[in-house]
Design a protein around this ligand. Sequence first.
Ligand code: PGA
Length: 250
Amino acid sequence: MRIVAAKDYNDMSRKAANIVAGQIFLKPNSVIGLATGSTPLMMYKELIRMSAEDGLDFSEATTFNLDEYIGLSTDNINSYHYYMYNNLFNHVNIKKENIFIPNGMTSDIEKECMDYEEKIRQRGGIDLQVLGIGNNGHIGFNEPDVKFEATTHQVKLDQETILANARFFDNIDDVPKYAISMGIKTIMHARKIVLLASGLNKAESLGRALYGGITPEVPASILQLHQDVTVVIDGECASFLKRMGDDTIE
Ligand code: PGA
C-alpha cells in the first residue's frame, strides 16, 4: 500500500486525477471504476480540464460506477447517474455505450446485479478502481458487517450513511434506504485501487482501515490485502495518520 500525502484537497484531487489520467494515457481502453460523493468532485474537474487542455482521451475508456440508489431515476439530481453525467461524462469524450452505472429503477434487482458483474467480466475486469471512504469505513455502499465475498448486490444503507448523505436531500426522509453496490469481492478484483480521503472525519475511519485488524466491521480494512492500493490523502489526514504513528508519510 502506498500513501501519497497531498497538501490540501485541491492537491489531493490533482494527484488522484494524474493517477486516473496516467492509467488512460498508458492504456487508452482502460476499464475504470468510479466513485461519487463530495470527495472526488475536484478530481473530476481536473480530469475535465486535462481532457480539454492536455489531450486526455476517454474515447476508448469504459467506466463502471460503484453504486446507485434504489428508487431514484436517472434524472433525479441525487441519483449517481445524474451526478456522473453532470460532473464528468457530459464534459469529456467518453462514449455513452461505455458507461455503466447500476440501474436503481430496475424491477429485478438480482438480475441487474448479476448482469452488472457479467458486464465487468466481459470488458476484461476493472483496471483501476477509484474509491472514497465513509465515516463508518464503508467503500462503495458496503456497510460495516459486510460479507467480504459479496459481488454486486442490494445493500441496506446504515443510519450513519443516511445521515451523512442527507446533506444532499431536502429532507432526510427522502434519502433512499437501499442501493445497489459493487461488493467487496468486485472491488478487490480490480487490478489497481486508488482511495481518496480528505478531512479529519475521514482520517479516523482511514486510520482504522489501514492500521486496525481486517474485519467486516471496517469494510475498507480488506484493502490491506490488495496488492496495488494507492491512498491519496490531504494534509489533515496525513497529520492524523502521522499522529497515529505512521512514520512512512512525508
Ligand atoms: P463523500 O462520501 O466523498 O461524500 O464523503 C464518500 C463515501 O461515503 O464513500
